[in-house]
Design a protein. Structure first.
Length: 513
């Protein structure tokens, strides 16, 4: 659709609103120049129409409520491109903030409802080329800005361990479907912990790769410097296998460095762990909202690692306690600027954009901003106040502090191969009811980020594995490694899985009860 040219009154009105001080006698000149300049917009649209992708015809269905008791499926599909490859015969759920061409993408929000992308995300193309079957899109939280599973539209995602409890967010459907055994593996996204949170709540393996290791191309962005995509699986071996398929540079994502160091993640699992050193991050325990059962379960898991032959010592990184404040500023101001005001993609970066998504979402959220979830409204209010009164200087400060935070963890990692701590300070919480007060909705969405969000700022690889059960609910153990040394993180995770004889599943626990 060609851009509509403004009439003279529109140019005069914009000049007045902008307080540009343009004399009335000069307005006709500006009007003529503006309309002449905007002719390039129509030329670009004409040129782009010649190369714009056309969505393929792919079958999909809405899930039947009776068959989707978890509320975890956005749409169901069965897309396979080849019967050969390392993922042949494996079913995958794709988080609904990641584009599968020809299949609706809602991102958990009414503000994107009805949108159908024309291109597959890079991770989807790579999964299909490896033989995977895309079984559908998994429900995620509203614009992915919640660590709970209660903000998604049309409704909450339930935890397969206890249907009254949260599945964790924002990759809520991905975590629930893998834990319940409805798919073999899933794609999750992580900006504040959204791969690791549902993994901790649901008892799955969730690996947040090093920032830039996996292309974000085709994912709905929140903030470029903290955007991650990665695997959610039932075993560490599957996480390593999936990562080996989706990792590597695609040339379209500026989040990735010019050279991306891809390791043999599957082969690393067979290597000896002899001599590896583990630092137990003291600041990861004893948060104001930490449950003693969580800290105790993770301490017991650390004991298992020690018995497995690792050298295990306590380590202190005081900057860890400042990390959430840095994340708050970056995710709030940066998220408002890019995810909301910038219609997801923003500007000023070289990479692959989705013009259709930008236009669809940009128009739809402005038609009714009341459709935003409570957590997104919080971001919009706090971010807009900060940006309109401080002009982004705190964002600049936070970005300048981020290297100091990285250096603090790197100093610890110079003495240890990995750091470990609880993934979350708590177990899965009870889902807020339909009439829950806003303070409960906000708390259940943001209260669990103290250990996960720091590593979205720093970009270190971080994997959550089930540390054990506490009163029948999963507890997560998080393993953090050096940049682009995801293989060592997975190797330690695999050694723990072997030491405990495999991870529990809700179905197995129910059958043995």
């Amino acid at each position: 659709m060609s851009i509509h040219m403004p009439d003279p009154d529109a140019v005069a009105r914009m000049a007045a609103e902008g307080r540009f001080g343009i004399p009335e006698s000069d307005l006709p000149t500006y009007h003529a120049s503006v309309t002449g300049l905007l002719g390039s917009w129509n030329k670009v649209e004409e040129l782009y129409a010649e190369v714009a992708p056309t969505p393929p015809q792919r079958s999909w269905t809405r899930p039947d409520a009776e068959d989707d008791k978890l509320g975890a499926w956005a749409v169901q599909t069965s897309i396979t491109e080849t019967s050969e490859g390392p993922l042949a015969g494996r079913t995958v759920a794709v988080k609904d903030n990641v584009a599968v061409a020809g299949v609706p993408m809602m991102n958990g929000s009414r503000t994107l409802e009805g949108f159908v992308p024309a291109e597959d995300a890079t991770v989807v193309s790579r999964l299909l080329a490896a033989g995977a079957t895309i079984a559908g899109k998994s429900v995620c939280e509203d614009l992915c800005f919640s660590g709970g599973s209660h903000t998604s539209k049309p409704g909450p995602v339930h935890n397969p361990w206890d249907m009254s409890r949260s599945a964790g967010g924002s990759s809520s459907g991905s975590g629930a479907l893998v834990a319940a055994g409805e798919v073999d593996m899933a794609i999750g996204g992580d900006q504040g912990g959204s791969i690791r949170i549902p993994s901790a709540y649901c008892g799955t393996v969730g690996h947040k790769p090093t920032h830039g290791l996996v292309p974000y191309t085709g994912g709905f962005p929140i903030e470029q410097s903290i955007d991650h995509l990665g695997p959610i699986t039932r075993t560490v071996a599957d996480a390593a296998l999936m990562l080996s398929v989706i990792a590597g540079r695609d040339g379209l994502d500026p989040r990735q460095p010019d050279v991306v160091e891809v390791q043999d993640y599957v082969g690393a699992l067979a290597e000896s762990v002899s001599g590896l050193r583990i630092g137990v991050l003291q600041e990861g325990f004893g948060h104001p909202n930490s449950e003693p059962e969580v800290d105790d379960t993770v301490r017991a898991a650390v004991g298992t690692l020690r018995e497995a032959g690792f050298t295990v010592e306590d380590v202190s990184v005081p900057w860890h306690l400042h990390a959430t404040a840095i994340w708050d500023v970056i995710a709030t101001e940066g998220g408002l600027w890019q995810m909301v005001e910038g219609n997801a993609y923003g500007m000023n970066w070289k990479g692959h954009y989705d013009p259709s998504l930008i236009a669809y979402y940009g128009r739809k959220w402005r038609e009714d901003p009341a459709q935003f979830s409570e957590t997104v409204k919080l971001v919009a209010l706090a971010g807009r106040y900060a940006l309109t009164t401080q002009y982004g200087r705190h964002y600049a400060m936070a970005r300048n502090l981020a290297p100091k935070l990285v250096a603090a963890y790197d100093a610890a990692l110079s003495n240890y191969d990995v750091l470990v701590m609880p993934t979350l300070p708590m177990r899965a919480t009870v889902l807020p009811g339909p009439d829950a007060p806003v303070e409960e909705i906000l708390a259940r969405g943001l209260e669990m980020l103290a250990n996960t969000a720091p590593f979205d700022v720093t970009g270190h690889p971080a994997c959550s594995v089930p540390a054990g059960l506490a009163d029948g609910l999963p507890v997560g153990l998080m393993i953090v490694g050096k940049h682009f040394d995801d293989a060592t993180v997975l190797k330690v995770a695999n050694a723990f899985e072997q030491a405990v004889g495999g991870f529990p599943t809700p179905a197995a626990e129910r059958s043995s009860a």
